[in-house]
Design a protein around this ligand. Structure first.
Ligand code: CMC
Length: 432
C-alpha cells in the first residue's frame, strides 16, 4: 500500500530527476535512502570518513552531539552511571530492556561462570615478549579464542551466538588482566566467583599470591563506572569495523579482535593513553600556553589529545561523569597535589576559554579524565586502551547481534572515486 506520509527529496542530474526517499528515525536527523541511486543514475556518493552517511539502522545507542546527550536503549548515560552497574547495562544493551531481578541474577551467574580461560591459552600469553604492548597481546589472544571455542563460532545458530557473547563478556577481563600480569612478570591471578565483575577485574590485576587482596568499594565503583561509560557509542570506527568484519560472515571472536585492533589508534581508544602522556609531557601549568599554540598551528600536526569529537559539539556527557569520578577517586587515595591533575584542570580551563577551541566546539572528551582515574588506581598508561576494549566488547557484541539477526544483512562493500592511472601497457626493466 502507498504510504502517503513518505517524504522524498528530488535529485536532478542533467536532465534526469529522481525521487530519493527520506527515512525517519525515532530520534536524530532523517536520512536520504540512496540505496537505488547507482542503479538509477550510475553515480556513487562520495563521503570519506562517513561524515554524512548512516551505515545501518540501529536501535541500541543514540547520541545528540549538539546537546551532549548519550542514551543506551533510551536511558541517559548519567542515570545509568549513577544507578546501574556494568552487567545490568550489558544486559540492557544486548537485550533492549532492563532485566527483572531473576533475569539479572541468571545473566550475572552465567557471565561469572565463564570467566576462566582454557588453560592451554596460558602458553599463548607466554609466546609474547614481556615488553609487548598489552593491546597487542589482548588483540592476539582475542583472535585466538576462535581456535579454543569452536563450539560457538557458527553465526547462524542463535544459541552459539549467545554462548560466544557470554564467553567474551566474561573472559575479556581475564585476558586484559593477564596481559598486564605478564608484562610485569607476576603470576596470573585466576578469576574469583565470589567477586562482582569490576572488583574481580581489579583483583586479577593487582592481587599477588603472597598476600590477601581486599577490594575497595569506591575503587570498584569507579572501575564499574568507567566500564559503563565506555560500553557503547553507536557507529564509531571500531564498532563499524566489527560490523564490516561480521558482514562477511566471519566468526564472532575474529570480529571482536578486528574491533580491538581498530580501537588501538590514538584518534579513537588510544586517545586516553595519548592524553595522559601529553599531560605528563606538558609537565607544569606554565607550559600550557606553548602547547595551546602548537595545537592551533596549522603547520604542526600536534593536537590536544582528549579534546574534540566527531559527534559531540558540546561537552561529552561521559566526561562530566568521569570528572566527578576522578575527584572521588583522588580524594579517596589522598592524591591532592598530583601534577598531572593540576595540568589537566588548568588545560581544561584555558582551552574552554580559548577562541580557537570555542569556535571549533572542541570540548574535553571521555578520554581526558579516564586516564587520570586509571593512573591514580595504579594502572600504567599502556593498560588504558585494553580497559576501554574490555568495556566496549559489550557494545560491539550488542551491535554484532543486532546486525546478524537482521534478515537484510549484506556484505559491506564501499565503492571509490578512482583517481589513479588509466590503462597502461606493461614495460620490461630495460624500458622503464
Ligand atoms: N586539538 C586541536 N585541534 C583540533 C582537535 C584537537 N584535539 N580536534 C580537532 N581539531 C581541529 C582540527 O584541526 C580541525 O581544524 P580545521 O577545521 O581548521 O582544519 C577541526 O578541529 C575539525 O577537526 P577534524 O579532524 O576535522 O574533526 P574530526 O571529527 O574528523 O575528528 C577527532 C575528531 C576526535 C579525531 C579529533 O577531534 C581528534 O583528533 N581529537 C584528539 C584525539 C582524541 O581525543 N580522540 C578521542 C575521541 S573520544 C573517544 C572515542 O570515541 O574513541
Amino acid at each position: 500500500m502507498l504510504d502517503k506520509t513518505q517524504k522524498f527529496a528530488e535529485l536532478k542530474i542533467d536532465e534526469k530527476s529522481i525521487k530519493v526517499p527520506v527515512s525517519k528515525g525515532t530520534l536524530g536527523p532523517d536520512v536520504l535512502d540512496i540505496r537505488s541511486l547507482y542503479k538509477e543514475t550510475g553515480l556513487f556518493t562520495y563521503d570519506p570518513g562517513f561524515t554524512s552517511t548512516a551505515s545501518c539502522d540501529s536501535n541500541i545507542t543514540f547520541i545528540d552531539g549538539d546537546k551532549g546527550e548519550l542514551l543506551y536503549r533510551g536511558y541517559p548515560i548519567e542515570e545509568l552511571a549513577e544507578k546501574s552497574n556494568f552487567l545490568e547495562v550489558a544486559y540492557l544493551l544486548l537485550r533492549g530492556e532492563l532485566p527483572t531481578k531473576p533475569q539479572y541474577d541468571d545473566f550475572c551467574s552465567r557471565v561469572t561462570r565463564h570467566t576462566m580461560l582454557h588453560e592451554q591459552m596460558l602458553n599463548f600469553f607466554r609466546g609474547f615478549r614481556r615488553d609487548a604492548h598489552p593491546m597487542a597481546i589482548v588483540c592476539g589472544v582475542q583472535a585466538a579464542m576462535s581456535a579454543f571455542y569452536h563450539d560457538s563460532t557458527d553465526i547462524n545458530d542463535p544459541w552459539q551466538r549467545e554462548v560466544a557473547t557470554i564467553r567474551m563478556i566474561a573472559k575479556l577481563p581475564t585476558i586484559v588482566a593477564w596481559a598486564y600480569k605478564y608484562s610485569i612478570g607476576q603470576p596470573f591471578a585466576y578469576p574469583k566467583n565470589n567477586l562482582q565483575y569490576a572488583p574481580n577485574f581489579l583483583q586479577m590485576c593487582f592481587s599477588v599470591p603472597a598476600e590477601e587482596y581486599v577490594s575497595d568499594p569506591i575503587l570498584s565503583k569507579a572501575m564499574d563506572r568507567i566500564f559503563i561509560l565506555h560500553a557503547d557509542h553507536e557507529q564509531n570506527a571500531s564498532t563499524s569495523t566489527v560490523r564490516l568484519a561480521a558482514s562477511s560472515g566471519a566468526n564472532p571472536f575474529a570480529c571482536i579482535a578486528a574491533g580491538i585492533a581498530c580501537l588501538w589508534g590514538p584518534a579513537h581508544g588510544g586517545a586516553n593513553e595519548a592524553a595522559l602522556n601529553m599531560l605528563k609531557e606538558i609537565g607544569t601549568p606554565d607550559r600550557i600556553p606553548e602547547y595551546i599554540l602548537k595545537a592551533k598551528d596549522k603547520n604542526d600536526p600536534f593536537r590536544l589529545m582528549g579534546f574534540g569529537h566527531r559527534v559531540y559539539k558540546n561537552f561529552d556527557p561521559r566526561s562530566r561523569v568521569m570528572k566527578q569520578s576522578a575527584d572521588e577517586v583522588l580524594e579517596l587515595l589522598g592524591v591532592k597535589n598530583n601534577p598531572t591533575l593540576q595540568v589537566a584542570k588548568e588545560l581544561e580551563k584555558i582551552a574552554l576559554e580559548d577562541e580557537y577551541f570555542i569556535e571549533k566546539k572542541l570540548y574535553p572528551n571521555v578520554d581526558f579524565y579516564s586516564g587520570i582515574i586509571l593512573e591514580a588506581m595504579d594502572f600504567p598508561t599502556s593498560m588504558f586502551t585494553p580497559i576501554f576494549a574490555l568495556a566496549r566488547t559489550v557494545g560491539w557484541l550488542a551491535q554484532w547481534q543486532e546486525m546478524i539477526s537482521d534478515p537484510n544483512i549484506k556484505i559491506g562493500r564501499p565503492r571509490q572515486l578512482f583517481t589513479g592511472a588509466t590503462h597502461r601497457t606493461y614495460k620490461t626493466f630495460d624500458k622503464r
